[in-house]
Structures are given as structure tokens and as C-alpha cells.
Design a protein around this ligand. Structure first.
Ligand SMILES: C[S@@+](CC[C@H](N)C(=O)[O-])C[C@H]1O[C@@H](n2cnc3c(N)ncnc32)[C@H](O)[C@@H]1O
Length: 296
């Protein structure tokens, strides 16, 4: 499909000097906070509505600060965090402060475990927010059998309520025009129209399916959704695991010929997933590169 070069539908013109934004709201495995600006540098120079169907911690959307956007994720408590950020940021601050003070007042480990038990008994945004900030390595792991979060407490002290509130104010401002939805990526991507942009950052392909509780993720289904978007004239950018020491994994992926026009490498530094598994061992050699595949 031919995409018109100039029309009323363009809502975004990419600033070539887009600034890094490093203040995370949540700690989240696989987050793109440190190089979101690099990724955005490869977005089309103009596009309509911005779609981010694998929101996670929202690093890219918060760096972009779009004026029309839909951001979604399969995790309901996660989306509730962002909806609360938008509608009632004071409540987000209160949720965090209450749990931070509880932790400070007693046996840290026991209180962390109690908050984790509360989440597992009844998954909710308030507990997930605090667990993400206080768990080991920011790696929320869901146990295979019962889907419960199993991550132990982190070795760091969670940031103070004052620092958290500062982040909340900044994130609230940056995401004020975003429509946060609880959707699977298939439903989310089906809403994009000609000239819109979809940025996909799916779960790690070649690592444990227990992360994010996303056991059912299939790259093949995602590739079909991308092909349908392209057919409708939607731009799609896909982040995918980069080169690993075990070899060039992209060769194994069932990517249809002609689906992507460009492939670029973005530096992601150390792998958080490895750091979690290997505890505190040095990982100087474990720099990975993220691949970005572009349909345009
Ligand atoms: C790699 S993370 C995204 C990280 C994000 N770019 C960031 O900077 O934090 C992948 C996200 O995809 C979500 N996810 C997994 N399966 C999904 C599905 N079927 N539909 C929508 N989201 C899904 C997970 O909950 C997780 O938040």
C-alpha cells in the first residue's frame, strides 16, 4: 500500500535530537530505558498514532512523549499501574509510600515476602509496583506451576518515596496523551491504521517462558500480525534478541522474506537476565546487541 507523504493524519514528527530519559518508573527485565532514544532514532520521521503493544515498563513511550498513542500489555496489574499514573498519580505515590514505610519499620525480608504473598493471593497494581522496585534485579519471575511471582527480595534499598514521587510527576507529564489498554498484542495491533507506527518489544525468544507469565507467546503469530499491519500501510519496528555467544540466532527465526526492509543494531549493554542468573559475578563479556527490524 502507498503511504501518503503529507496528510492531516501525521501526529508525530521525530525530533532528530531526541534526548535520553533514564529515570525508570518500574524496574523491569528487558527494559529499554537506557537506549530508548536510540530506538526512536530509527522510527519513521513522520507517522500518525503511536502503538506500543508490549508496554512492560514503558521506557520507549515515556522517552517518545507521543501526542496520540495506545500502549498495551497482557498483564492487567501492570496496565492498572499506568492507568493510575495517568488518572490519579497521588494514589500511585501513596501505594508506594505505604509499602516502603512497612518495609522500613520491620524485618525487611519478612515484609517483602508478605507483600509478595498478598500479590500472589490477589494480583493487584499496588503490590506489583512495589515488588518491581524492590525485587532482585527487577526480574519478576512467574512460577510455572501456579503462576505466582517467585523472585526474592533485592539486595538494594528501594528508592525513597520522595524520589519515587519525582518520577511519578515526570512520567505523568510524559504519558498524559497515551491511552493505556489491557490487550493482547494481536488485538492491539489490529487497531493500527495506514501511516501509524507500531513498536514491538516482545518477550525474549530464547529464554525462560516463565518471565512475564507469557508462556503462550509465539513469534510466528506476531510475524503474522506484523505482515497484516504492513499490508494496511502501518509502519512496524520490531526489537528482537541480538547476537549471542552461542551463535547467530536470527537464522532460526521464521521471518518471511521481504517482510522487513532494514535491520539495525542497537547497543543494550549487559543482559539483565544473565545478571540475575549469575548473581553477582562480573559480566563484562556479556554485552549483547539488540536488533531492530523495520518494515520500512
Ligand atoms: C520485553 S517486555 C517489554 C519491555 C519494554 N519495552 C520496556 O522497556 O520495559 C515484554 C512485555 O510483553 C508483555 N507480553 C507478553 N505476552 C504478551 C501478549 N501476548 N500480548 C501483549 N503483551 C504481552 C509482557 O507482559 C511484558 O511486559
Amino acid at each position: 500500500m502507498q503511504i501518503p507523504l503529507f496528510s492531516d493524519q501525521w501526529h508525530h514528527t521525530i525530533d532528530p535530537e531526541i534526548q535520553p530519559f533514564r529515570e525508570q518508573l518500574l524496574k523491569w527485565v528487558g527494559n529499554k530505558q537506557r537506549f530508548a532514544h536510540e530506538i526512536i532514532g530509527y522510527f519513521p520521521k513522520q507517522f500518525g498514532v503511536y502503538f506500543e503493544p508490549f508496554l512492560g515498563s514503558g521506557a520507549v513511550v515515556a522517552t517518545l512523549q507521543p501526542t496520540r498513542a495506545q500502549a498495551s500489555d497482557i498483564s492487567f496489574p501492570l496496565i492498572e499501574i499506568f492507568q493510575t499514573l495517568q488518572r490519579d498519580p497521588d494514589t500511585l505515590c501513596r501505594w508506594y509510600t505505604e509499602r516502603w514505610e512497612r518495609l522500613k519499620a520491620g524485618d525487611k525480608k519478612a515484609i517483602y515476602l508478605a507483600i509478595r504473598d498478598e500479590f500472589n493471593a490477589s494480583p493487584n497494581a499496588a503490590d506489583l509496583l512495589f515488588l518491581s522496585r524492590s525485587c532482585y534485579g527487577g526480574v519478576i519471575r512467574y512460577r510455572r506451576g501456579d503462576g505466582h511471582i517467585s523472585t526474592p527480595m533485592g539486595i538494594h534499598n528501594p528508592i525513597s518515596p520522595e524520589s519515587f514521587e519525582k518520577r511519578v510527576r515526570e512520567w505523568h507529564r510524559r504519558t498524559r496523551y497515551v491511552d493505556f489498554c489491557h490487550l493482547s498484542y494481536v488485538e492491539a495491533m489490529a487497531r493500527a491504521q495506514a501511516g501509524d507506527l507500531v513498536y514491538c518489544d516482545p518477550p525474549y525468544q530464547h529464554s525462560e517462558s516463565i518471565l512475564y507469565g507469557a508462556q503462550s507467546f509465539s513469534l510466528q503469530v506476531l510475524l503474522n500480525s506484523i505482515a497484516e499491519c504492513k499490508e494496511r500501510g502501518v509502519y512496524v519496528a520490531l526489537s528482537i534478541d541480538g547476537t549471542k555467544r552461542s551463535g547467530d540466532l536470527i537464522c532460526d527465526l521464521p521471518i518471511p522474506e521481504g517482510l522487513f526492509q532494514q535491520e539495525v543494531f542497537v547497543n543494550v549493554g549487559r543482559s539483565m537476565l544473565k545478571r540475575f542468573k549469575m548473581k553477582d559475578k562480573s559480566l563484562e563479556a556479556d554485552n549483547v546487541t539488540d536488533r531492530l527490524l523495520l518494515t520500512y
